[in-house]
Design a protein around this ligand. Sequence first.
Ligand SMILES: Cc1cc2nc3c(=O)[nH]c(=O)nc-3n(C[C@H](O)[C@H](O)[C@H](O)COP(=O)(O)OP(=O)(O)OC[C@H]3O[C@@H](n4cnc5c(N)ncnc54)[C@H](O)[C@@H]3O)c2cc1C
Ligand code: FES
Ligand code: FES
Length: 1271
Amino acid sequence: MEGGAELLFYVNGRKVTEKNVDPETMLLPYLRKKLRLTGTKYGCGGGGCGACTVMISRYNPITKKIRHYPANACLTPICSLYGAAVTTVEGIGSTKTRIHPVQERIAKCHGTQCGFCTPGMVMSLYTLLRNHPEPTLTQLNDALGGNLCRCTGYRPIINACKTFCKTSGCCQSKENGVCCLDQGINGLPEFEEGNETSLKLFSEEEFLPLDPTQELIFPPELMTMAEKKTQKTRIFGSDRMTWISPVTLKELLEAKVKYPQAPVVMGNTSVGPDMKFKGIFHPVIISPDRIEELSVVNYTDNGLTLGAAVSLAEVKDILANVTRKLPEEKTQMYHALLKHLETLAGPQIRNMASLGGHIVSRHPDSDLNPLLAVGNCTLNLLSKEGRRQIPLNEQFLRKCPSADLKPEEILISVNIPYSRKWEFVSAFRQAQRQQNALAIVNSGMRVCFGKGDGIIRELSIAYGGVGPTTILANNSCQKLIGRPWNEEMLDAACRLILDEVSLPGSAPGGRVEFKRTLIVSFLFKFYLEVSQILKGMDPVHYPSLASKNESALEDLHSRHYWSTLKYQNADPKQLSQDPVGHPIMHLSGIKHATGEAVYCDDMPVVDRELFLTFVTSSRAHAKIVSIDVSAALSLPGVVDILTGEHLPSITTTFDFLTDADQLLSTDEVSCVGQLVCAVIADSEVQARRAAQQVKIVYQDLEPVILTIEEAIQNKSFFEPERKLEYGNVDEAFKVVDQILEGEIHMGGQEHFYMETQSMLVVPKGEDREIDVYVSAQFPKYIQDITASVLKVSANKVMCHVKRVGGAFGGKVTKTGVLAAITAFAANKHGRPVRCILERGEDILITGGRHPYLGKYKAGFMNDGRILALDMEHYNNAGAFLDESLFVIEMGLLKLENAYKFPNLRCRGWACRTNLPSNTALRGFGFPQAGLITEACITEVAAKCGLPPEKVRMINMYKEIDQTPYKQEINTKNLTQCWKECMATSSYTLRKAAVEKFNSENYWKKKGLAMVPLKYPIGLGSVAAGQAAALVHIYLDGSVLVTHGGIEMGQGVHTKMIQAQAAFNESISLSATGYFRGYESNINWETGEGHPFEYFVYGAACSEVEIDCLTGAHKNIRTDIVMDVGYSINPALDVGQIEGAFIQGMGLYTIEELNYSPQGVLYTRGPNQYKIPAICDIPMELHISFLPPSENSNTLYSSKGLGESGIFLGCSVFFAIHDAIRAARQERGLPGPLRLNSPLTPEKIRMACEDKFTKMIPRDEPGSYVPWSVPI
Ligand SMILES: Cc1cc2nc3c(=O)[nH]c(=O)nc-3n(C[C@H](O)[C@H](O)[C@H](O)COP(=O)(O)OP(=O)(O)OC[C@H]3O[C@@H](n4cnc5c(N)ncnc54)[C@H](O)[C@@H]3O)c2cc1C
Ligand code: FES
Ligand code: FES
């Protein structure tokens, strides 16, 4: 073995050598901090977001092939890169040399908003093109499956990618022989481009062609090195960790004897996250490098042998190949494995992770282990003692010592036998999101009949997600052997398995009843699948499937994405050089795509810079007995630890925004995640290590209030209660035909901006001036609170916000507090201080959208007219006020959405609970208030026996009208949007088609729903709407526009420049502009006012399909019609609408925050909290703008579109609602249906009640402590 080896790899064609490498360093910080390649971004650090995607290339001297694959730099230890070539976004193109076609097209197709996800997207696409220069759409969708974007809604990114496909623009679907471009997919008319309208936001003609010969070549030096193969084991070491890379099997075994406890790291996708998030530390790591025996692929007489080091992506390719070549009866297991490999993680993880690592990790939710375990697979092990084989069975999965690897043993390969005639294998899984999400429950099932008599000879069933490891139902299977494959067997099997695979009510991961239901639902699917095959093989002896069951077998409707857009052309009378009205690319688009756009943490280290991190409360409500910082302070590099005693109390002109007088708690904590200490050290690593050493002793306090219901019981509210009343509600209730009372609970939402909270504070060294570089939406507040903490005047504090990598409301108040503390530290030490939150800290500390409870009492006529509505809104504000009351107010002022309720009373309370305080999030109360109203309307419709869209229409505002706060309103465009949406979506025709589908499919249901939108713009105060701009024209003709808008992806600078350019010829060289704000007021005493200047109108229609057995849903199509006034930039406006729509869809369907009964947030990263990914967007998306008609006094008669689109996502919620209603009706469960938000797979499945939901055991409430509480 060779100690103190030199690490050698290439980055972007340049050789990198490291003599003293720290094995704990991952590629991401190495690229960003050491090589200053900041294009690759940090989004989560755990492989879940794709922001850090790079391409890794390796040369295989045996096959003489170069393998290019995408990888997450955040989980790639640099020591694993010996001999590899890394390509980052900077390596493929730049504005200084030549931009790459991928970069150009993503930018020019408007695939960037905040731009933070863009380098990762670019690298995923680039790697795909390196391997497949003319990819298919399926390959494209797969390639982007591991990349999240919170802004765009993916449609423009997909459109950019499609330009590389041979048949770009086409859905490539030939269903019924018809291509989408020939005809609307539903056989319906689509938009036509007219003289005044346009359908395209970019022109392909100007794109650079993709020329594969222009790409960076694989470094010849690395090829030579690989060919020579004379290397010896390499050892890299630091004080804490030793990294051993053996290059031969013999050396590997020797290392394993010497360090039996050391993990064998292959992809590091299991060990890495464990070290990072669970604090598991390994002083020694063994990481084999290109050992041939571990990479074997052997086809034997009995099956396939795959080396332990073969990556999951390679396994996928190998199996796809085998299944094409071999007869189906031999490849049952391979088909099943392939099915799971398609959805397992994203391509980055699949390319990094190894089969051996996957098997040996034995994750409880492993997708492959349940299959391998039922498939009689064997593991080939090797140690210095010799070879042996062990079965991959239940004992192995349970880590029973007698059935496990010995510490000094290595897994060499895995045998996966061929299936035999009359043997069938199936795979099932259900996750919160269809792709790149760990399964909630998964399963592998195998049955063998021996011969064609249908008598079970072998049966093996395994489940993941239902216990601490993969669970096999061996006893049940044993009892079923010898039985014929029929319904009685199924019935017995369900009961036996439910008994054997029993889940306690308090099982970790929660969703216990859902999991129990999935256990039997999957079994039912397996039963049907096998029955159908048997029937196909021997139609005489086996009965046909009952036709009602056929739909259980089909996969959810799946097709390639297709979209159309229709917007108005710019005014033809406009000057040709006037850019207003044109779809101009985001000003920073190209810089986003090349990685040159500088975000806060991309700024280089400043001389003597320190890093600050926080210690937060681990208790929901407790007295702080003591804080012991001595151990932490004694660690190397630690400079200071601040507690509340050091920081002065603060006052700002925005007092209501600050959570507490004290920025750090000293005496008491009121939620988990509350800031207690700030640790300042020379480096991030040192600061974080020290933070773990701070010891806080708590004494728990009562009460701990977490849920809205608990707050109501304890009367725990922030003052004052808000109320709005219009007409005479009590009198109206006396005259109505019917009255209903109901309630709906709506969960919160995490902002999930891709760039976490980031700031760098630099004292200037004179006159107490200080520079604050920060990712924030509201620099004025940062300036204010910083000045207050430093006890200096505001003019000493200069806030710099170049751009923000997504914010959505989350970078207003919380950022202020973090920045103030960071500034205090910087000022105290006279040194620059950087503070960048990790994803988990960010989600924990900063709160999000308010969960809501809405109670309603509606009085209505039998024709659907709602005459009286009495509502109560409660939001879960968390421990401090923040903007919660304001959110309640906005919710009340906007709750009537598009409807005129002649008698309306609504009251609202912000509930004080022991959770991190919630704050602004896109839509600001409206997405919750609107949903409550729409839920009420849907229930009224059910009571009246009318379609919901009819009741919506009947109650809609009639043109000139009055709002509940007595503001005049003209809703002509609302009606217009509704009508257009009805027409473009062919609502009536499709409603009939949905009904037909539902009558023919028992286990799959479709739903269709349309919702209107009236979104008021304004903040109820003139001051909040003011704005100023300063324009300088320089003598060379260049122009500088300074304005108060923050660029956070919405393209405000782009629009400003479009507007400014129009004025070029008639302004002086320097000018200021000031807008005092719209007339805006509301009197809460009288409930009257003019809080809003204007309204955005729209309508959205969505269609979904659900799987009643698993709770999965697919978004089939969405049509959106919006009244945007005159669009200054249609590309940016479409981007805001669709991006918000997808965010809203996530809010109402899959985004679910889970809290423990002790108030601890579980969902702290993309691996637990699922925002929409590319698989979630509607297969068809059609967006159109109304022709501009309104002449308002807004800038260029344009409208603010950032927030409204969120609400349109609830069309998907109500479409799912509609589908569930259809399922329930068919199952004899008519009547009103109340469903809470988000409508997750769990809620969908449990609402589609059937014999399986009835069969599962239920726990008495109160008889167990649930894993999570709905807050
Ligand atoms: C973001 C993300 C998403 C994921 N999504 C999914 C998913 O949807 N479904 C799913 O099933 N899984 C999922 N996973 C888990 C993933 O499949 C596993 O982490 C991966 O397969 C482990 O492989 P690895 O090579 O990276 O293992 P490593 O982390 O390198 O090693 C894991 C363990 O295996 C041992 N080991 C490895 N090779 C050998 C060997 N040859 N001999 C002896 N011991 C060995 C090591 O000692 C170590 O203990 C996900 C992981 C991440 C990070
Ligand atoms: S930062 Fe690496 S995947 Fe999120
Ligand atoms: S543009 Fe994708 S996260 Fe902002």
